[in-house]
Ligand binder design. Structure first.
Ligand SMILES: NC(=O)c1ccc[n+]([C@@H]2O[C@H](COP(=O)([O-])OP(=O)(O)OC[C@H]3O[C@@H](n4cnc5c(N)ncnc54)[C@H](OP(=O)(O)O)[C@@H]3O)[C@@H](O)[C@H]2O)c1
Length: 324
């Protein structure tokens, strides 16, 4: 099979489009003929800096396609089913081996392209807001990097839960578009002080919950925007800023910093996490929640897709197609 692989960390130019061996089907899993691959924020971070597990390495957390092979322990999927899966790596390929426990059926008639981008973004947003963030109706929530995959999902879910949503982005154009997804206040974090902008939007008491996918100084600055007993869910380091977090400023607020890793939620709180993602898939298929697909590339052009995302032009998701 063909895959977009790399032999070393680096910029998008490290990708090679090559023949690699087909994956073996795990006893508790499936092999998927992949059609659509969702380019996740973590893919860029893996490519640029995470030590390779194999050489060549196939990156990629999420893909959708048709079941080609089923392991002997799997009872809920059959050859020919359309599915979407989350994998720890290996998604940038024509075939992927996936765990059945991290796989969801694609609703009949649904377009595979948006569905391919649901589990990680909506699952992460859902766990951050509800299972970990304990978001209550009427609370104020700050969603960083609102125009990213997780951000767009979080804005929609928070808004429909009755929260007042603030969001950040690197351009006023992105912020203007985020209003139609439910953001009441937009903050350009390239041109304004976060704490001042939050105080201006909702008053000096600040927000009850922050979802931070940017990390570094942005995570630290978020403490200054927090209300008494506020919570910060730290889930990403999209900003590539190595600044270490100092918990001391949280003390005066009796505030909490909570870490999130979606694959841990799927392992340790499997039933509720899997169900929440299944509901999001159904709701995207019905048009009740929206996935924005910004651009589509061939799998062979993974380097172009990563370059585009890293230029910070994307609004929503970029996807790759195995069939060009
Ligand atoms: N913990 C978990 O389980 C989990 C799950 C999903 C994702 N994540 C992490 O969460 C982060 C966001 O994921 P995602 O899939 O939403 O990513 P994405 O769709 O690529 O969006 C990332 C956003 O980060 C912002 N950003 C800020 N600084 C950036 C920089 N230096 N380079 C590129 N983008 C930058 C960009 O918005 P602006 O240009 O508007 O700033 C962009 O929209 C990633 O770090 C990812 O690894 C973690």
């Amino acid at each position: 099979m063909k895959a977009s692989v790399y032999y070393e960390n680096g910029g998008p130019e490290v990708f090679r489009y090559e023949d690699v061996p087909d994956p073996a089907c795990p006893p508790d899993g499936i092999v998927i003929d992949v059609e659509v691959i969702s380019v996740e924020g973590g893919d860029m971070i893996n490519r640029s800096r995470v030590p390779l597990l194999s050489r060549p390495h196939i990156v990629g957390y999420q893909c959708a396609g048709t079941v080609r092979e089923v392991g002997p322990q799997v009872k809920n999927f059959r050859v020919g089913d359309r599915v979407v899966s989350v994998v720890p790596n290996g998604a940038y390929a024509e075939r992927v081996a996936a765990s059945a426990a991290r796989t969801w059926a694609v609703p009949a008639g649904a377009d595979l392209v948006p569905i391919a981008s649901v589990p990680v973004a909506f699952g992460t947003a859902h766990v951050a807001l509800f299972a970990l963030g304990n978001l209550a109706k009427g609370e104020k929530v700050l969603v960083h990097a609102g125009a990213g995959g997780v951000g767009l999902a979080a804005i929609q879910l928070a808004k429909e839960a009755g929260a007042e949503v603030l969001t950040t982005a690197s351009s006023d154009d992105k912020l203007a578009r985020l209003r139609e997804f439910g953001a009441a206040h937009g903050i350009n974090y390239k041109t304004s002080s976060l704490q001042d902008a939050v105080a201006k939007a909702v008053g000096p008491r600040g927000v009850n919950l922050v979802l931070d996918s940017v990390g570094g100084k942005n995570l630290q600055d978020s403490v200054g925007c927090l209300a008494y007993r506020g919570r910060i869910v730290s889930l990403g380091r999209a900003g590539r800023d190595p600044t270490l977090f100092d918990p001391y400023p949280l003390w005066a607020k009796n505030g909490s910093l909570i870490g999130l890793y979606l694959l841990s939620s799927l392992d340790h709180e499997h039933a509720q996490t899997h169900r929440a993602i299944a509901e999001c898939i159904e709701r995207v298929a019905r048009g009740e929640l929206r996935v924005v697909i910004d651009k589509q590339f061939a799998l062979a052009d993974a380097a172009k897709a990563h370059t585009y995302v890293e230029q910070r032009q994307a609004f929503g998701r970029v996807v790759l197609h195995t069939r060009g």
